[in-house]
Design a protein around this ligand. Structure first.
Ligand code: MBD
Ligand code: FE
Length: 294
């Protein structure tokens, strides 16, 4: 674990309970809440395996009643803080993503995390995502091209982008930000090309004042994710990819709390050469056709 870096935010801004319960509300409203659709055989297999793994841990580590009761209290707090989406996306989703993307050729994915909001404003390329007047930070000119696995341009592709601001806050999950700040759905042109003007996000500390933060401090871990841009790309007839892009040199690329960094997801931003301040970076997308596998 590296040293915790200075939090650019003021103390007490944006509480866990707020961010966590918004993610819970959104998940509940999203229609993904149909866990009873899992076939009985799979429920029995998976729940049985999870229960056995927990029992094995009790035996192996001689778990005390004090520890058992601490676990019970903590699990209750995860629910009352609305942090189940945060907890699962930080500590489990990366493995679910790995297992489910192994067979898909093309650009690699990583976890979605708890802060995606569908239906962001649709923008034609070249696009600029919503920002405030005098938005602080480093402007980032992000461009790329969509091709299939044979190198042919893809029609009607889109990039959904969402990320934190230069202080580490996500719109709709922190108070006082415009709803669609740093969120947009950018339509590529007929040649598969897109341009998105945005700003470099800050590293992100997961909320420290809820159940997940309590676990992190009780265990002596850190709460940081490296700076990242969330992306969902899609095009008719192709398999969508959900991923995140990272910046070289971030101290938390090597110890992301959410284990979601992959070398293929590292950007290579350079100072802009064509006048405007800021950085430019190119990242191209190769999508697999529906049904295509390695
Ligand atoms: C985030 O911004 C995030 O991307 C993940 C995975 C977890 C918590 C906050
Ligand atoms: Fe994030």
């Amino acid at each position: 674990m590296t040293e915790t870096q200075a939090d650019p935010r003021k103390e007490d801004e944006g509480t866990a309970v707020e961010a966590g319960s918004k993610a819970t509300e959104r998940f509940t409203a999203s229609g993904k809440l149909a866990p009873l659709d899992v076939p009985k055989e799979r429920v029995s297999l998976l729940a049985g395996a999870l229960i056995k793994a927990a029992n094995d841990i009790v035996v192996e580590h001689e778990v005390t009643y004090e520890e058992y009761n601490a676990l019970k209290a903590w699990l209750i707090k995860v629910g009352t803080d609305g942090e189940w989406p945060l907890f699962l996306d930080v500590w489990l989703e990366h493995t679910v993503e790995d297992v489910n993307s192994q067979d898909r050729p093309g650009t690699v994915g990583t976890i979605e995390g708890p802060y995606y909001v569908p239906g962001s404003p649709v923008l034609q390329t070249p696009a600029t995502v919503e920002m405030r007047e005098d938005e602080e930070g480093t402007p980032l000119h992000f461009s790329g091209r969509f091709t299939d696995t044979d190198g042919n341009p893809i029609q009607n592709a889109q990039v959904e982008i969402w990320h934190a601001d230069s202080a580490g806050f996500y719109s709709q999950y922190a108070p006082g930000l415009p709803d669609w700040l740093f969120r947009g759905t950018v339509k590529a042109d007929d040649d598969g090309r897109f341009v998105i003007n945005t700003m470099r996000p800050a590293p992100y500390q997961i909320p420290t004042d809820g159940a997940c933060g309590q676990l992190i401090s009780a265990a002596g871990w850190h709460a940081w994710r490296p700076a990242h841009i969330h992306i969902k790309v899609s095009a008719p007839g192709f398999q969508p990819v959900t991923q995140q892009l990272y910046f070289p040199g971030d101290p938390h690329n090597a110890d992301d709390i959410a284990s979601a960094v992959k070398p293929e997801l590292m950007l290579d931003p350079k100072p802009r050469t064509d006048g405007p301040a800021g950085e430019e970076v190119v990242y191209d997308y190769v999508l697999a056709k529906e049904g295509q596998h390695k």
